[in-house]
Design a protein around this ligand. Sequence first.
Ligand code: TXA
Ligand code: MG
Length: 319
Amino acid sequence: MAQIATNLELARNELIAGNLIGFPTETVYGLAGNALSDAAVLKIFQTKNRPAFDPLIVHTHSIEEIRRYVLSIPDALAELIANFAPGPLTVLLLKNEQIPDIVTSGLDRVAFRIPNHPVALELLASLPFPLAAPSANPFGYVSPTTPQHVNQQLGDKINYILDGGACGVGLESTILGIEHNHLVIYRLGGVSVEDLQAYAGKEILVKDHSTSNPAAPGMLSSHYAPKKKLLPDYLLEHSEGNLEQVGYIGFDKIRADIPKKNQLLLSPSGDTNEAAKNLFATLRIIEEMSPSVFYVGIIPNVGLGRAINDRLTRAISPV
Ligand code: TXA
Ligand code: MG
């Protein structure tokens, strides 16, 4: 198992030695390594069992730092970064030669983000390189939102997990880029579409990349699959079976037709931000519960609810 602690010096030493660490951010925990080192980035792909075609997000602590590694930042994106960073927003920018091709899986654009987490920012500011960090889970599995989640799945492959507590946002960052002068969201995430549109003052296209050639391969339709069978709760309307053995994940209200002990709510107070924060931990908790099938309720499709529904849809078994 890896050591979980708050010592920044230990984290720095691991990274400078070319090793990977568990890295706290406000969205989910990352598996971080030196983004400028081919060897460290290769280790990230190997440790996660991640296909080489799925590029990594690079993390740094300021927009000035981002400028060192990209050809330019279009004004529209610079304004959004100025407003939403540090925060759960990732932008796609044309990379310069300092970013190794392995980071972007050979694509021209590199994904950059400034995490809004004091420990992450302090670490990044103290390092002579930015950090490449995908979510710290084996490929295709639920993202970790506590240091213990990282240890459960990758603890035998890394030495150190920097403890930043439980993630405040709980969903991965929103990925944004520009195509033909239009802002495009490639992954729904921790900044809501409404907030981005309100600030940009115009409609932003949300691309569904669950096709065979995704620009953000994390959008593959079977991503985030937990080991239990998840089904949409509308199927319950037609079910005449015995519901004693099934479970339910709801938004704010439990159901009368399923045993109370088999039900979990994402936000009893009906708050989509709270639901986002609880989502991935809930998908882990159900693995320890007795039902083998869980029905999933619809979350209001507003604010972070939209990104939650996106993740749940990908986690739900094909029906
Ligand atoms: O909140 C987050 O974004 C977390 C924390 C650790 O920062 N990271 C994260 O990384 O979710 P990961 O690797 O699990 O997801 C990154 C997504 C993938 O879907 C990947 O395909 C997409 O970003 N991506 C990265 N670079 C890209 C690029 N150059 N072009 C298109 N998509 C890219
Ligand atoms: Mg991921």
